[in-house]
Design a protein around this ligand. Structure first.
Ligand SMILES: Nc1ncnc2c1ncn2[C@@H]1O[C@H](COP(=O)(O)OP(=O)(O)O)[C@@H](O)[C@H]1O
Ligand SMILES: [Mg+2]
Length: 188
């Protein structure tokens, strides 16, 4: 007698039981493919659709993975190398280059007309060439977050917030003033 799987195992032509699982979160699981690609399989169609909408709008941006294919439950996208900033900053101090990259990322979110101008450090990858990329954007056009609350909180937790502000002061004086003010307010 034939055995049937109780769950769907094939997505975009791949049998996930044969792939290496490299990550998982609240919305799905991520598997490694050949050619520097990954397959993200979502638990719910709705969250997949929402993520595709955002990633498609961000395809002309260097800060986001490239999308190669998708269906109602899964996305094939480029593999993002490097480590997350939350991990990196446990071993290393922030530097000027990374600090400016973070400001450029927020500028990019504005250019893409995101209303959520924030990304947590666990979703920001520092690549081997020191440029950054983000994964797993959510509610980018839905939530209204005018300054990068969780990014700055993450830097604070790592003990790097004041260094970060020092590095961006000359090149991004408007962010420097606004974000410093908001972080000081949040403390009260
Ligand atoms: N494009 C990618 N390249 C490399 N690793 C990835 C990629 N997308 C996701 N991952 C890994 O898989 C984990 C879970 O992916 P994520 O998109 O955050 O899922 P969820 O939406 O469930 O939170 C991430 O924390 C990361 O380690
Ligand atoms: Mg996630």
């Amino acid at each position: 007698m034939k055995k049937y799987r109780r769950y769907r195992a094939e997505f975009l032509g791949y049998d996930i039981d044969k792939l290496k699982l490299i990550g998982m979160g609240h919305e799905g699981k991520v598997y490694l493919l050949a050619n520097d690609r990954v397959l993200k399989v979502f638990y719910k169609e709705d969250s997949c659709k929402k993520q595709i909408e955002i990633l498609i709008k961000a395809q002309n941006s260097r800060f986001f993975p490239t999308v190669y294919a998708f269906d109602n439950r899964s996305i094939i996208m480029s593999f993002v190398y490097g480590s997350t900033l939350s991990y990196y900053l446990r071993q290393n101090n922030i530097n000027k280059h990374i600090s400016l990259e973070l400001c450029k990322l927020i500028d990019e979110f504005k250019r893409l007309q995101f209303t959520r101008l924030d990304m947590r450090l666990g979703h920001i990858f520092l690549q081997p060439d020191e440029s950054i990329k983000v994964i797993d954007p959510r509610d980018s056009f839905k939530k209204k977050v005018p300054y990068p609350t969780s990014m700055l909180r993450g830097l604070q937790k790592s003990g790097e917030l004041m260094e970060f502000f020092r590095y961006i002061q000359n090149d991004y004086p408007h962010y420097y003033k606004y974000w410093m003010k908001m972080m000081a307010k949040a403390k009260c």
